[in-house]
Design a protein around this ligand. Structure first.
Ligand SMILES: Cc1cc2nc3c(=O)[nH]c(=O)nc-3n(C[C@H](O)[C@H](O)[C@H](O)COP(=O)(O)O)c2cc1C
Length: 176
């Protein structure tokens, strides 16, 4: 139990939540899986990211959270333009590939450049072409807000899901 100092000066106990408990409980929140990509002078780069969400319609903003340990995010930040690729149900391999730090993640991966030059992976459910808007302190992650430059979707494709540490499929009539 640690303490916080309110104005009254009286120490207020702050419960300590174990990272394992956070991961286990928050893993019950099912999400999609994205790969955030960008084009550098040395070729395309990217990383797998589950902490993605829409933020604002006007202005059009989205958010995602790279870990402070990510070696890809600092390079994406420097470029300032990137594409969020929403993976489809048959793209678990892409998710795993782009989660491997240091690997040549684009080896054998098919993609096309967006209007703003960022890699759009083939056969994704949706893609959101972005420009960096702002970064906020997020503890052991950074909260990134990005403005949407262009986007598109393929309604005929079903999304890949992630739930309690495992990949899952959408079993919903609309997804058929
Ligand atoms: C399903 C899945 C979801 C992930 N979500 C995130 C995330 O939201 N933020 C993050 O920083 N890393 C996330 N990762 C881990 C990164 O993909 C991985 O640490 C990163 O690719 C490491 O490579 P880098 O050093 O090139 O950044 C996720 C991995 C998987 C498999």
């Amino acid at each position: 139990m640690s303490e916080a100092q309110p104005e009254s000066g009286e120490p207020v106990p702050v419960p300590v939540v174990e990272p394992r408990t956070m991961r286990d409980v928050l893993g019950h929140f099912a999400s999609g899986v994205t790969v955030v990509t960008a084009m550098t002078d040395d070729g395309p780069i990217g990383f797998t990211c589950q902490s993605f969400s829409s933020l604002s319609l006007d202005p059009p903003l989205v958010v995602f959270a790279p870990a402070r340990t990510s070696s890809t995010w600092p390079r994406l930040r420097d470029i300032g333009r990137f594409c969020v690729n929403v993976l489809a149900e048959d793209q678990t391999d892409l998710s795993t590939t782009f989660a491997r730090s240091g690997a040549d993640k684009f080896a054998g991966v098919h993609w096309r450049p967006s209007r703003h030059g960022s890699p759009v992976l083939d056969d994704v459910v949706a893609w959101i072409d972005c420009r960096l808007w702002a970064e906020y302190d997020g503890g052991d992650h950074t909260l990134v807000a990005a403005s949407v430059l262009d986007l598109g979707a393929d309604p005929g494709r079903r999304p890949l899901l992630f739930h309690r540490g495992a990949y899952g499929l959408l079993d919903h009539p609309r997804g058929r």
